[in-house]
Design a protein around this ligand. Sequence first.
Ligand code: ADP
Length: 268
Amino acid sequence: MTQSFDHPLEITGTPPPMVSFRNVCKAYGSLVVLDNLNLDINAGEMVSIIGPSGSGKTTVLRMLMTLEQINGGVIYVDGKPLTHMPKHGKLVPANQRHLRQRRVDIGMCFQHFNLFPHMTALENCMEGPVQVLGMRKPEARARCEELLEMVGMIDKKDQHPSRLSGGQQQRVAIARALAMRPKVMLFDEVTSALDPEVIGEVTEVIRKLVSEHNLTMLMVTHQMGFARDISDRVCFFYGGKIEEQGPPSQIFGNPERERTQQFLSAVR
Ligand code: ADP
């Protein structure tokens, strides 16, 4: 696979898609993980990715986080290239400075919450806005307290992560990501490492984000019922490609592709 620069410098449209994968390829050695992926996500849309293990779901999120380079294609966020930058009227692979600047548009919550253990819940949330965005502490504190309130964790704001349950830590992690005011929020199996009795409190927070905030969200999940409830669109991944996508009613109620049908009957 060779890097192709045959892509527009900007994605237009009114408004442009918030996220746009254009012919994105990713391989590890000879293993092709994303195979010419095209995916547009509109502003305010909640898109869930489902599919068998190894189908490339997490890789989509990792590429958006610019944790690794793609091998082909371009990813745009808010109409502007993320993985590339314009130079002499062409797109060239982004340098570290460009990536650092653009990465703040993307917020991510992982399966493992990775809170800083030596900081309280509030300090965890304030760290990014103060250190990365240069926000003044009183302003950051007010914003983070508001977010901790939103995720139902204001009473525990002065606790360290070790004193919090998994569900509580995950709610703090969501508040911490939102504190950076991302344009796009990514959720990667955020309930997979949780005890069953606390899964509901985390899904409730995400549900609230969907209904009350106009955020663009991309979620990888194994919880089919949850994906069905809250998504505007569901993408079924197979072999690094979107095998089928559509509204939850279509994907879960009347899937057209045989692979989708097989996957859903195996996981239900
Ligand atoms: P999914 O999230 O659908 O389970 P992933 O996106 O995590 O799938 O992985 C897709 C494929 O890429 C898998 O076969 C996985 O083993 C492989 N893979 C992921 N990361 C790496 C890596 N850093 N090095 C080599 N192979 C990897």
